[in-house]
Design a protein around this ligand. Structure first.
Ligand code: ADP
Ligand code: GN1
Ligand code: MG
Length: 361
């Protein structure tokens, strides 16, 4: 069985009997493990391409899951996070040709690649909004920055410029510059405007909060029967950030009318009805949003879509090192959907602002 030696190090309820690839994450390698008693667990090899200090990352996850579990216990409710399992040595990870960790498998849960109803999307909005609210008292200074400048959009552009230079100097990658010429132009034309949120973070106009920072729909597990929140997962990037990152990232994914890697761009647009539904849920759950945060809500999905388009493009020019890909042009295809969403949001900008005003005023 794959990874049997690693699984032996963790305090599973009985010996593992099966371990197979699982899920649609773009970063870590995820496996579903079954044990002799029939219990199931998730085993993950954490990406060292993405995360340079995995023990520090695991310390963040332990801190945040302990904090939220204690809070839930105080309130007599079940926690909406899954704590990592301990190893025989009392650690939460094992290093053996990479870093591995185990969490209990959430039985009877679903992880969506697209909302199947308004209520699904509203529930995810509430889940991420509540996550921020509940971490308001968390000692943010104790969190390690697992990926420095993760949502620093100007810095993402800086990395794009560096990747362009590297590609130019590399005969194998240089043709990718021509292939992506239109996308590069589209992104670079918007470089200045893309720095707005970062500027407002730097000058304190927007408050720093402890945020999730990777709020794709499939990082929420809903109960398969009730469609209510079970767990917020993928806590690798919990760090100080802006509420607008979490709001924007989930919207650019969940309010898109097509998959993140749809090749037919005529299918990709930003759904204003889903924008409204999500905004209602998020504003209700994320308590104490300031007037500036509310005013800037439309910039959330637009900035995050552009930033991710730039990140996919950078990885494409770098020869696909960061994101897990299924075929050679996968990152360019993903970049195109994000830029198409930006273009569509630009055309719907006034309407987006009107919707936000209706909900928040
Ligand atoms: P990545 O960082 O690669 O996205 P995730 O932690 O999000 O890794 O895991 C990938 C996918 O595996 C999730 O989107 C979800 O569908 C599934 N998954 C992860 N952890 C669990 C769990 N504890 N129970 C059920 N499914 C899970
Ligand atoms: C990655 O790990 P996953 O698949 O939930 C990425 C996000 C991107 C997303 C795009 C740590 O998310 O930032 O928005 O892919 N996570 C990290 O699909 O880089
Ligand atoms: Mg994930």
């Amino acid at each position: 069985m794959k990874h049997g030696d690693i699984l032996e190090m963790f305090l599973l309820d009985s010996p593992a009997t099966d371990c197979r690839e699982f899920g649609n994450g773009n970063i870590n390698s995820t496996f579903l493990v079954t044990t002799e008693s029939g219990s199931r667990y998730i085993l993950q090899r954490v990406s060292e391409e993405a995360f340079k200090d995995v023990p520090a990352l695991m310390e963040n996850i332990e801190g945040v899951t302990d904090f939220l579990s204690a809070k839930a216990a105080d309130e007599g409710t079940a926690p909406h996070v899954l704590a990592p399992l301990k190893t025989r040595n009392g650690s939460t990870w094992v290093k053996k040709d990479g870093y591995f960790r185990v969490t209990p498998f959430a039985e009877n849960s679903i992880s969506l690649e697209a909302p199947e109803s308004d209520e699904d999307f509203r529930e995810c909005a509430r889940a991420f909004g509540t996550f921020i609210s509940e971490l308001a008292e968390y000692p943010a200074a104790t969190l390690h920055e697992t990926i420095p400048n993760f949502h620093n959009t100007p810095d993402r552009f800086r990395l794009l410029h560096e990747a362009m230079e590297r590609a130019k100097a590399n005969p194998e990658l240089a043709p990718r510059l021509d292939e992506a010429a239109d996308e590069l132009k589209f992104a670079l034309d918007r470089e200045e405007e893309a720095g707005t949120l970062q500027k407002m973070r730097d000058d304190g106009t927007l408050p720093e909060r402890v945020t999730h920072n990777d709020t794709k729909l499939n990082n929420v597990l809903l109960n398969a029967d009730t469609r209510k929140l079970m767990y917020v997962i993928d806590l690798d990037t919990v760090m100080p950030g802006l509420s607008l990152y979490d709001y924007g990232d989930c919207l650019r994914f969940g309010a898109s009318t097509a998959a993140e890697d749809e090749k037919d761009l005529s299918k990709v647009s930003f759904d204003l009805h889903m924008f409204r539904v999500f905004t209602e849920g998020f504003v209700e759950a994320c308590e104490n949003l300031t007037a500036e945060e509310k005013r800037m809500l439309p910039a959330g999905p637009k900035t995050l879509a552009l930033e991710l388009g730039v990140r996919f493009l950078t990885d494409y020019l770098d020869g696909d090192r960061y994101f897990l890909t299924k075929y050679p042009g996968h990152n360019l295809v993903r970049c195109r959907t994000q830029l198409k969403l930006v273009e569509d949001m630009e055309s719907k900008w006034e309407k987006m602002n009107e919707i936000v005003k209706e909900i928040t005023e």
